[in-house]
Design a binder for this molecule. Structure first.
Ligand SMILES: Cc1cc2nc3c(=O)[nH]c(=O)nc-3n(C[C@H](O)[C@H](O)[C@H](O)COP(=O)(O)OP(=O)(O)OC[C@H]3O[C@@H](n4cnc5c(N)ncnc54)[C@H](O)[C@@H]3O)c2cc1C
Ligand code: SF4
Length: 494
């Protein structure tokens, strides 16, 4: 939408959600984490018929309203096909060089702060980050220095916040402790609503956004080669909209659902599914969170400033990729209590929270055809079996031993308590891959412009197109790809 705003074309955006309200609950851990205030109340099912609540939300701006805004580029090698113990990831039909100019644009558009030359796995860049790196608070700086002294390469995490540390009085971002996982009450986080949707809706641009308008079915012409309309509903009211070009951008799972639900006589297995790949190859990363608790207090407020890629491609003992380590938002006692035994008193949780450093791990999962989205009688089903656990487990163990090593030389308590928690299936934050792009219509859903192979005027432009997931957060690649497809559409509409 943002890429097309100056096209002069009439653009209609159907969004099933509303604008996320600005309210005190935005920054309330109980509302956000206990009451799932910003997640859908939908119930999805596993293939063995178990209900679960997907941790995903429907808002103008999508899941970027609550994301942590860690905005990473994939590494060059991620585009080439990478060998893991459980299999080889597919080569992408386009390479890093094709995405690089769009990554640069995306970083500008999303106010990314970062520092070149610190991350040992960093891909080449045609320009510096558009904004200086976000500084570490003292406790994190200590950890940074200790890691450095031990020969590791911690780096400033690239992050999209509208922060001006040189002029804090006028900085939109106030560096608070309720960012990662929370909406930003003061609209200082670079999200798709604030940075793209709202600026695209100015009166001199012919874009209309209809909220609470859920797309339910795409209708083709008799040949099945072109989409003629989209059906939608707002409550009990039904609508139908026509257009020349249709772009589906409902997130990897809901985009696949819409295509599958749009089955008709010419596309009996769902739209864009002649390959049988629509809804398959669902990936969501191997993700885990860990609290490293020591006797040293951690008064950090804005903690998401440091990351480590020393083990991204493996190490001397393990020649396969392990993944990525980054700091999370600083947790408080209310965020810990859902995981704590019911008798854990608040004071203990408070003590834990105030002495912990919170780490997040991401490992690459493989695109497996059997990991998939299906629908039965309007019900969404997910089938997902974990892959590449070996490397991911090593990553978590390795990081624990690194932190212990750091303990031994400075202020960590030798017997620090570590809590580990794997994110279960409902943690779908990094969902991708369900409509992979490729050159071969037999093995992919989309062509390299993210147009469906099977129809002439239908595009899918969100996390669905990933052939593989790499092991860094996905959003910058989703944004860069949207800008790339935007250029193609501008060319097509000339
Ligand atoms: C807590 C959390 C933290 C995260 N942190 C990070 C991070 O630090 N870095 C990072 O890179 N990524 C992060 N992510 C992931 C990131 O938010 C997603 O990768 C990204 O938002 C996916 O973009 P998308 O366009 O594919 O889908 P979405 O953001 O889900 O957007 C889909 C849009 O389509 C709408 N929609 C869905 N179905 C329909 C329909 N049928 N009709 C009409 N509209 C529909 C939705 O309401 C939504 O607006 C995080 C996610 C979460 C939940
Ligand atoms: S840290 Fe900045 S961007 Fe994040 S929620 Fe706080 S004010 Fe908003």
């Amino acid at each position: 939408m943002h890429a097309l705003k100056n096209s002069g074309k009439k653009i209609l955006v159907l969004e099933r959600g509303v604008y996320l309200p600005r309210e005190k609950e935005n920054w309330d851990s109980i509302a956000v984490f206990h009451h799932d205030r910003y997640h859908t109340k939908e119930v999805w099912k596993t293939n063995d018929d178990k209900d679960f609540h997907p941790q995903t939300g429907y808002w103008v701006g999508g899941n970027t309203k609550v994301y942590g805004a860690a905005l990473f580029r994939l590494r060059e090698k991620n585009f080439e096909g990478v060998t893991h113990p459980d299999g080889i990831t597919p080569e992408w039909p386009l390479k890093y060089k094709d995405f690089e100019p769009y990554y640069t644009q995306a970083e500008k558009l999303y106010n990314v702060h970062g520092q070149c030359g610190e991350d040992p796995t960093e891909p080449y860049r045609s320009s510096e980050y558009p904004n200086p790196p976000v500084s570490h608070e003292p406790r994190i700086q200590e950890i940074h220095d200790e890691l450095k002294a031990k020969g590791y390469s911690p780096f400033r995490l690239p992050i999209g916040v509208r922060l001006n540390e040189q002029d804090t009085l006028n900085s939109p971002c106030i560096r608070c402790d309720t960012c990662d996982g929370f909406p930003c009450m003061i609209h200082a986080k670079a999200d798709s609503d604030i940075n793209c949707v709202r600026p695209s809706l100015s009166s001199d641009v012919n874009i209309t956004l209809m909220t609470e308008m859920k797309a339910t079915k795409l209708i083709t012409d008799a040949s099945g080669k072109a989409i003629v309309s989209v059906e939608a509903e707002r409550g009990d009211e039904k609508f139908s909209f026509t257009a020349d070009i249709f772009v589906v951008a409902a997130g990897a799972i809901n985009s696949a659902v819409l295509l599958l639900k749009s089955a008709n006589e010419t596309h009996p297995d769902g739209l864009a599914n002649s390959s049988g790949m629509t809804g398959r190859n669902l990936m969501k990363h191997n993700n885990a969170a860990m609290l490293a608790i020591s006797t040293k207090p951690n008064p950090t407020k804005f903690q998401k400033t440091l990351a480590v890629n020393d083990f991204y491609w493996g190490d001397d003992e393990f020649k396969f990729p392990m993944g990525h380590v980054q700091l999370m938002g600083k947790s408080n006692k209310d965020q810990l209590s859902p995981d704590a035994p019911f008798f854990t008193p608040g004071l203990v949780l408070d003590e834990m929270a105030s002495h912990s450093v919170d780490w997040w791990f991401t490992g690459e999962d493989l695109p497996m055809p059997e990991n998939r989205v299906t629908i039965k009688n309007e019900q969404i089903y997910l089938q997902y079996t974990e892959t590449n656990i070996q490397g991911f487990t090593r990553l978590k163990d390795k990081w624990q031993s690194v932190l212990k090593e750091v303990d031994n030389v400075s202020h960590f308590v030798p017997h620090s308590l570590y809590l580990k928690k794997n994110i279960p299936l409902e943690g779908l934050a990094h969902q991708c891959g369900t409509c992979r792009f490729g050159n071969d219509p037999k093995t992919s859903v989309l062509d390299i412009n993210c147009k469906t192979h099977d129809t002439d005027n239908l595009y899918v432009v969100d996390g669905s197109f990933f052939p593989s997931s790499g092991a860094v957060n996905p959003s910058l690649t989703i944004i860069a790809n949207a800008l790339r497809v935007g250029d193609h559409l501008l060319e097509r509409m000339k």
